[in-house]
Design a protein around this ligand. Structure first.
Ligand code: DC
Length: 224
């Protein structure tokens, strides 16, 4: 079964997708980690777009997704935490807007999800990557709430950052992600929209699990 959760930065997609994965036993797939991996390479190549595009067929990145764990390697190096750095944060929307990178990531996502039960999170999964996904969700929250959540996460990790900086980064990424020409952030027509501004985490997860249960029951019914 393929379940996709799309939405803007800070809407709670990864925590929600991970919890759904934990409770269903599905594997969690973080598509943003792939764009971040390519951004890491872009920075390694001194932001040389031509060079990045040249190595896309042989990029050396490896993504491992298992239940709630997502790890990224470049060759033998584990770059799971490097892809969350400020430098990657500030460049990732630029790299994610490159058509060649999007084509590569789209194929990687389809390969990694083949013959597997997965819950994936991203921006264009319901619209472009998996238009036939079994279930689609679009998770939103108002921008202030999203910036606050990202800020709290980073402070918890011990990072020195201001709420204003985080808000600016969230707003800039929202603008680039939703206005780019290729695969902009957009709700699929058949996605269930969940606004998490006033929902507790548990309510959010329970809502999604209910859809999954109903969908599984309906699928079993149609087999027998
Ligand atoms: O979810 P995230 O913050 O890790 O995503 C990093 C960036 O990758 C985000 O700015 C938009 C981009 N992205 C995308 O364009 N399409 C996806 N399916 C997932 C992420």
């Amino acid at each position: 079964m393929i379940i996709v959760i799309d939405g803007p930065a800070g809407a709670g997609k990864s925590t929600t997708a991970k919890e759904v994965a934990r409770r269903t036993g599905f594997d969690y797939v973080d598509s943003g980690a792939m764009y971040r991996g390519f951004t890491y390479l872009y920075l390694e190549y001194d932001q040389d777009r031509t060079r990045l595009i040249e190595i896309l067929d042989n990029h050396g990145l490896r993504f491992e997704f298992h239940i709630t764990e997502a790890r990224v390697f470049h060759g033998k190096k584990d770059i799971t935490s490097d892809i969350r750095s400020d430098s990657v944060n500030s460049r990732v929307s630029e790299v994610a807007a490159m058509e060649e990178v999007r084509n590569t990531v789209r194929q990687l996502l389809r390969d990694v999800s083949k013959d597997r039960d997965v819950v994936l999170e991203g921006r264009d999964l319901g619209t472009v990557v998996f238009p036939d996904a079994d279930l689609k969700f679009f998770l939103t929250a108002d921008p202030g709430a999203r910036a606050r959540r990202r800020y709290d996460e980073r402070i918890l990790k011990g990072e020195q950052v201001s709420l204003e900086q985080v808000r600016e980064n969230v707003e800039t990424r929202d603008r680039i992600d939703s206005t780019r020409d290729i695969a902009p952030l957009k709700k699929a027509d058949d996605a269930v929209e969940i606004d998490s501004t006033f929902l507790s985490f548990e309510e959010q997860v329970t809502r999604i699990l209910k859809y999954i249960r109903n969908r599984s029951t309906a699928a079993q019914g149609s087999i027998s």
